[in-house]
Design a protein around this ligand. Structure first.
Ligand code: ADP
Length: 396
């Protein structure tokens, strides 16, 4: 059985075709910078050369088509026909109050995903486009939605309640949900394994730092808190999202700029964060290049990002009354040694010390803390795709 996993992010589409007999990845790849200049497909078929294709990707629909072409390519392909694919598992951001588990996509499921556009304005539309593009390209092959909100359902009330009139929770289910759940589940579990912690006596902090970013506090394998809220806008400074701010800022900008609340929230989702402060890009690599060239705003953007990550780690160490291991994951967390080092420079009070040589490694599972570090620190590649493929197989 072959399962295609599609993970449509705000600006990226990651995919893996997985043979579920042995969980081997037949091909994987990434469409980067969708909707922004310089988009590129990198297709890595197992045992064959890598295909890199710089091609305009104005939206996710075009990206899906490029992926299917690459999978069937005469030279770089791994299948001869899309019918070899048994099912497609999709990472879907927000299920609101409707689903706490994965589900086979039908018209009702698509309606719910659409109803939750407001809750996940950057991802739910991209997720649905991904599903519909797959339905069109591969009619009759089932699609499964795996929701980002599921892992965080174990948060206690004190962590998920907003201090607003209770009736809004009762009437509209307004509360903190959390996202990147598939990644936090996978990486926290892997951290417990590689750190050789007792699964029933473990305190782990996972820093999922990609274009979107979130942190979770995981006690004995269960999420007790996470930085994203009702929507992915809360928490860390992200590629284009502001993260935490005084809600009165929304009113202030609206009044000053003659905008309505929706327009301001759109700005907080799409034009803020690293992009907003630096004015350069949402991509950390572009901003770091400018930082090295002495650009002040680029420097502030990166400093503020690192500072907020460090503050959340401190908060979660307090929330859990200690921490055994801290793990970095996702695009920035897996690859960016400088960011990891800077975050760790705030953690001396926890007894964290970094092994500089180990920290240089990118994209691999590695312990980056030194032997004398009181808290173990890791970089662990997330594997949302495998987790999604397993859930998809189980459902079909
Ligand atoms: P998402 O899935 O939320 O779109 P990713 O997890 O793919 O995000 O992360 C994208 C981010 O990772 C980009 O901002 C990019 O700058 C950063 N990134 C990717 N590769 C590297 C690298 N080699 N060094 C530093 N940053 C990187």
């Amino acid at each position: 059985m072959k399962i295609l996993v599609i993970n449509c992010g705000s600006s990226s589409l990651k995919y893996q075709l997985i043979d579920m007999e042995n969980e081997n990845v037949l091909a994987k790849g990434l469409c980067e910078r969708i909707g922004i200049e310089g988009s590129k497909l990198t297709h890595k078929p197992a045992g064959k050369d890598v295909l890199e294709k710089a091609e305009a990707m104005p939206d996710h629909q075009v990206a899906v088509k490029l992926v299917l072409d690459a999978l069937q390519d005469a030279t770089y392909g791994v299948i001869s026909n899309v019918n070899e694919i048994s099912a497609i598992g999709h990472r879907v951001l927000h299920a609101g109050k409707y689903y706490s588990d994965s589900i086979i996509v039908n018209e009702d499921v698509k309606r719910v995903i659409r109803e939750c556009f407001d809750l996940g304005p950057l991802h739910n539309p991209a997720n649905l486009i991904g599903i519909e593009a797959c339905e069109a390209a591969m009619p009759g092959i089932p699609n499964v939605a795996v929701f980002d909100t599921a892992f965080h359902q174990t948060m206690p009330e004190k962590a998920y309640m907003y201090a607003i009139p209770y009736e809004y929770y009762e009437k509209y289910s307004i509360r903190r949900y959390g996202f990147h759940g598939t990644s936090h589940r996978f990486v926290s579990k892997r951290t417990i394994e590689v750190a050789k912690l007792d699964p029933n006596n473990s305190k782990v902090i996972v820093c999922h730092l990609g274009n979107g970013g979130s942190i979770s506090a995981v006690v004995n394998g269960k999420c007790v808190d996470t930085s994203m809220g009702l929507t992915p806008l809360e928490g860390l400074i992200m590629g284009t999202r502001s993260g935490d701010l005084d809600p009165a800022v929304v009113q202030y900008i609206a009044n000053k700029e003659g905008k309505d609340v929706n327009e301001v929230i759109n700005i907080l989702n799409k034009k803020s964060g690293i992009l907003g402060i630096s004015g350069i890009s949402s991509d950390f690599r572009d901003v770091q290049k400018a930082q090295k060239e002495g650009n002040h705003r680029a420097n502030v953007a990166i400093d503020a990002f690192v500072y907020r990550v460090a503050k959340y780690i401190g908060a979660y160490a307090a929330a859990m009354n200690g921490v055994d291991a801290i793990t970095f994951t996702a695009g920035v967390g897996e690859n960016d040694a400088a960011i990891r080092k800077e975050v760790c420079s705030y953690l001396g009070y926890l007894g964290v010390t970094v092994n500089e040589e180990a920290n240089k490694i990118r994209g691999e599972e590695v312990e980056i803390s030194a032997a004398d570090s009181k808290v173990k620190v890791f970089a662990i590649p997330t594997n949302e795709e495998l987790a999604i493929a397993r859930e998809t197989r189980d459902l079909i």
